[in-house]
Design a protein around this ligand. Sequence first.
Ligand SMILES: [Zn+2]
Length: 266
Amino acid sequence: MKEFPGLVDSHLHLLSMERKGLDPQGALEDFFACGGLWALDVAVDTLEWDRRVAWAEAEPRLWLSAGIHPSEAASEQNWHELENQVSHPRCLAVGEMGLDWYRGRETEARQRDLFRRQLSLAQAHRLPVIIHNREADRELVEDLDAVQWRDPGIQHCFSSDKTFARQALDRGFWLSFAGNVTYPSAQTLREVAAWAPLDRILVETDSPYLAPQPVRGKPNQPKNAGLTARVLADLRGLPLLEFLEVIRQNFERLVGLPRPSAIGRG
Ligand SMILES: [Zn+2]
């Protein structure tokens, strides 16, 4: 019996893992060996797309998103690249995109323009979005409402309160919990995770960032999604295997997996 059968890591960054000295393919092998079923490699910019595609084409259980992180400045050429990338058959979401006031709000106008453009791009392609939100609850809701967003999406590394959780759920979002939900100081976040509708939550690592409590401080890797899932299963009062099954179904419903090309492989 594998340790985490059916485990899904809905948010990781293979290129960033490599930059931190991890072997992306080895880390994925460890993830699948412990029971991992699906992994989603999330973009922060449009660079090195061909390499990401090569990884996904070598591993049918690995999928891609295409998008531009709010901390990245995007040229018109980057935008053109993004428009091509979202049409790729291995791309199943747009992001990560969003708003980030952590380092200040000098770039607010640029961030919000890029965010709304990506929301519209996702709507045009009927793809779910992956949202990065740092200290920007109010403006995120404004921008989602500006484009009348009601499609599926992921609030990645959910770290806000119940009020924002309710607003996000009402607008079609799933809440994705990362390693920070396991930190001793994260009591309020655990309350949100215990309260949120069970059919609207996901688990992610955000590898190589945010390693969960037992391995905190180390570069994170996809198999650690199992450690976060265990904490969440306890919070929800569910056996781990049952919880993993719920998370798998949540993810598959959100992104439309398995697809005909992947059936029989995963
Ligand atoms: Zn991320």
